[in-house]
Unconditional design. Structure first.
Lengths: 130, 130
DNA sequence: GTCACTGCAAACATTTTGCATGCTA
DNA sequence: TAGCATGCAAAATGTTTGCAGTGAC
């Protein structure tokens, strides 16, 4: 695999790194275009997929079935996401990891993994309408 | 809202109740048709949506972005799902609920909810290829 | 010069919606 | 009979893929 030093690929990476929030592929595409660069939507999807495969980005699905992405380290963690502004905080919880393993063992399940996301209203958004 | 005593609606409800596993809308539709009844796919989606709104069914998204449904009680719980056969077990964990609340409080988030699913290989599927 | 990356457009899969008809109460 | 539920088909949405052209090394 050649180094991803191309402009479109970096544009996606930069756009993702620019904010700590979960972004949809479409909004990233739009942001890059608005910034003046011309990038294909397919390229955005391909770049995001590459980043996810590399462990550089996290992906999760909204209730609407839309995939949203966020620049993240490769270590295991979860997110606390603001329902209002989209701000996301990385959180870790050994208790949950242990609990998940226990549940698996208790029910005879092997190779247990889990998905976990928290949603709430962040302090900046509380008391603010919308 | 009038009683949902129509045949198509009950067919969906029954099909969902028939197994304790997560099923896609399409597979439910197919199952009902195979069973001899003629039901529209749109109706299956509408019925499932109704069940979810009523709190009678749980819905979650697969990595592929497909929505899967399962008959469930209205009380708060999570699922331990077999990656191989799809069997699902309801699990509860007060520790996790507490942890989630703590995390929210710690980061100044209000009204914290969470999504959590466990995936593994159930005892019946272990040691069995595929 | 080679070959991966890009961009466009078409293909795809899933889910939703419009509307005429059928069935329930 | 009145009105919601159904079924079909078309539309909408989000994502992936085929292929020819471009750019990096």
């Amino acid at each position: 695999m050649r180094e991803r030093s191309t402009r479109p690929f970096q544009a996606v990476r930069d756009e993702l790194a620019k904010s700590r929030d979960f972004r949809s592929a479409q909004s990233i595409h739009e942001a890059i275009r608005t910034a003046g660069a011309s990038v294909g939507l397919a390229t955005v999807y391909r770049a995001l997929q590459t980043l996810v495969d590399a462990g550089t980005a996290d992906v999760l699905r909204t209730d609407a079935g839309e995939a949203v992405y966020r620049a993240c380290g490769p270590s295991h963690h979860h997110h606390l996401v603001c329902r209002s502004c989209g701000r996301a905080v990385e959180v870790q919880g050994a208790a949950v990891e242990t609990w998940a393993d226990d549940m698996g063992a208790q029910h005879g399940f092997a190779d247990v993994s889990h998905t976990l996301e928290l949603f709430g209203i962040c302090s900046a958004c509380q008391g603010r309408p919308e």
